[in-house]
Design a protein. Structure first.
Length: 120
């Protein structure tokens, strides 16, 4: 046999022997690396869970803001069309009164004194 062919066979045999000896360990390491990447990687399981929580939080904020926007739209409509609403705000926030009415303001920190009724 040709020495070149013999060297080639021995090199192939060496490669096969190395693969048989370490092949399963290399395969197991590669599978473990893929699992770690799928769990902890940039687009892995944990990142997807964080993204899902963020999306739920954003959706909750969006729902809250839509509800607040709807309430504000109703308030604007009431202010444009409901004279009782306008009067209520004028009385409570601006302290206005109708002609002939008297406004009495009691400071919040003070309450009228109440004397206990004498017991018979």
């Amino acid at each position: 046999m040709d020495p070149e062919v013999t060297n080639k066979l021995t090199a192939e045999e060496k490669l096969v022997a190395i693969w048989r000896q370490y092949g399963r360990a290399i395969l197991a390491l590669m599978v473990a690396a893929l699992l770690v990447h799928d769990i902890f990687g940039t687009h892995g399981f944990l990142a997807m869970q964080r993204t899902k929580k963020e999306m739920e939080q954003v959706q909750a904020d969006l729902d809250r803001l839509n509800k607040e926007n709807q309430q504000l739209a109703e308030d604007v409509k009431a202010l444009k069309t409901d004279p009782h609403k306008i009067e209520s705000i004028a009385r409570s926030e601006l302290g206005l009164a109708k002609p002939g009415e008297v406004i009495i303001k009691i400071p919040q920190g003070q309450e009228p004194e109440q004397h206990p009724a004498p017991k018979p």
